[in-house]
Design a protein around this ligand. Structure first.
Ligand code: DAH
Length: 342
C-alpha cells in the first residue's frame, strides 16, 4: 500500500512537471483532482479497509492529499495568477479606461476668438456679472426710462440705493465693461471682454436667461468706421472661412454713433439661403459702431482727441451656429448626453 502511495506521488509530480499551459493544467486537475479523479479514487480505497490498516492508510492518504494539493496550487499560481486567491488583482488584465473630460463648446469658441484678438494685440478683460445700473445702462447712454431698457429686462438685487432705486443688477451685456475699461486703462486701448450675461426672458429654444457675449473695443487717435469694418471682416473670415463676406446695416444702439449690425454670409449655404440662415443667405452675428462721445467722456477719455469702435458678439449664438445646436437652453443644462458630443 505504501508503494502504491509512493507511485501515485511520483506519477502526480511527474505529470505536474509536464504541465506548461493553462489548458494542460485544466486537464491535469481533471485527471487527478476532480471528483472522479485519481486522488479521489485513492481516497475511496480507505473505506474498503479495516482496523489499524485503515487508520494508517487513511492518515497517509490525507497527508499526501494536502501535500499534493499544495504543489498543484503552486503550479497553478505560476501559470494563471487570477486563480490564486492570495493575489488581490490581476496585473495582466487590460487597464480600466478613465473618462477624460473636455472643454465646453462655449469655452472652445471663446478661446478661438481670444486667440485671434490677442494675436492682433488686444487685451482680454473681465467685467463683473453683478453690476451697477450705472455701468450697465446709464454710462452707456441708456437712462432710467429709455425704451432700450425694455429689450434688456434683467434680474435686480432687492436692495435700494440712497435715491430709492434698485442699483444692483445682473448685467444684460458685456458692454458694461466698456466704461470700466476706459476708466482703468484710458486711451489708446484695445481690449475684448468675454463673459456671461443675463436677461429676464421667457425662455424658449432661442432665448435663455443666462448666455454669453463677447465685447470688443478699440480706442485711439483717428479710429474710424473703416477700422471697425476691417476688424469685423477679419473675425468673419477666421470664424467661417476666407470666402466669408460681411454686410453692415445701420442699427440703433444708444452707446454708439453711428451704430450698425454685422452679418456674415451663411457658412452652411455660402449665401444661397438655407434652413440655418432662414433663406436669407446672411447670419446676424454682432452689433457694433463708433463709440458715442458720451461713453468716452464717462470713461474719462477726451472725445475731441480720441475716437474708437466697439462691437458685441452673441457668443452663445456663435456656438449654436457653429455646432448646429437648435436649443439655446442646452448650453447651460449641464446635461452630459449633450455635452459628451463635443
Ligand atoms: N450690447 C449689445 C447687445 O447686447 C451688443 C452691442 C451692440 C455691443 C453694439 C456693442 C455695440 O459694443 O457697439 O445687444
Amino acid at each position: 500500500m505504501k508503494e502504491q502511495l509512493i507511485n501515485f506521488e511520483k506519477t502526480f509530480l511527474v505529470a505536474l512537471e509536464l504541465v506548461k499551459t493553462s489548458k494542460e493544467l485544466d486537464d491535469f486537475e481533471h485527471r487527478f483532482l476532480s471528483r472522479k479523479g485519481e486522488l479521489a479514487e485513492l481516497m475511496g480505497q480507505i473505506k474498503n479497509l479495516e482496523g489499524e490498516t485503515r487508520k494508517e492508510f487513511g492518515a497517509a492518504v490525507n497527508k499526501l492529499k494536502s501535500e499534493l494539493t499544495l504543489k498543484f496550487k503552486e503550479a497553478q499560481s505560476k501559470l494563471s495568477p487570477v486563480k490564486n486567491e492570495n493575489l488581490i488583482s490581476d496585473l495582466t488584465l487590460p487597464g480600466k479606461k478613465v473618462d477624460v473630460g473636455h472643454l465646453h463648446p462655449l469655452t472652445l469658441v471663446r478661446r478661438e476668438i481670444e486667440d485671434l484678438f490677442t494675436s492682433l494685440g488686444f487685451m482680454i478683460l473681465d467685467g463683473p456679472e453683478l453690476e451697477s445700473d450705472y455701468y450697465n445702462f446709464e454710462a452707456l447712454n441708456v437712462s432710467k426710462h429709455h425704451p432700450a431698457r425694455d429689450m434688456q429686462d434683467t434680474f435686480y438685487v432687492d436692495k435700494k440705493n440712497e435715491d430709492g432705486d434698485y442699483d444692483l443688477l445682473m448685467r444684460t451685456q458685456t458692454s458694461n465693461a466698456q466704461v470700466r475699461a476706459l476708466k482703468k486703462y484710458g486711451a489708446p486701448l484695445k481690449a475684448i471682454i468675454p463673459g456671461r450675461t443675463f436677461r429676464n426672458e421667457a425662455t424658449d429654444a432661442r432665448h435663455e436667461h443666462t448666455f454669453y457675449q463677447l465685447e470688443g473695443l478699440m480706442v485711439g487717435e483717428n479710429i474710424n468706421f473703416a477700422h471697425l469694418k476691417s476688424f469685423c471682416e477679419i473675425v468673419g473670415k477666421k470664424l467661417y472661412g476666407p470666402n466669408t463676406k460681411l454686410r453692415m446695416r445701420p442699427k440703433f444702439y444708444p452707446f454708439v454713433e453711428p451704430g450698425s449690425n454685422g452679418e456674415y454670409t451663411c457658412f452652411l449655404c455660402a449665401g444661397k439661403g438655407c434652413r440655418v440662415c432662414k433663406g436669407s443667405g446672411w447670419l446676424e452675428i454682432l452689433g457694433c459702431g463708433l463709440i458715442h462721445p458720451d461713453v468716452l467722456r464717462a470713461g474719462g477719455v477726451d472725445p475731441e482727441k480720441y475716437s474708437g469702435f466697439a462691437f458685441g458678439f452673441g457668443l452663445s449664438r456663435l456656438v449654436m451656429l457653429k455646432y448646429g445646436i437648435d436649443d439655446a437652453r442646452l448650453l447651460m443644462s449641464g446635461d452630459k448626453r449633450f455635452l459628451e458630443q463635443f
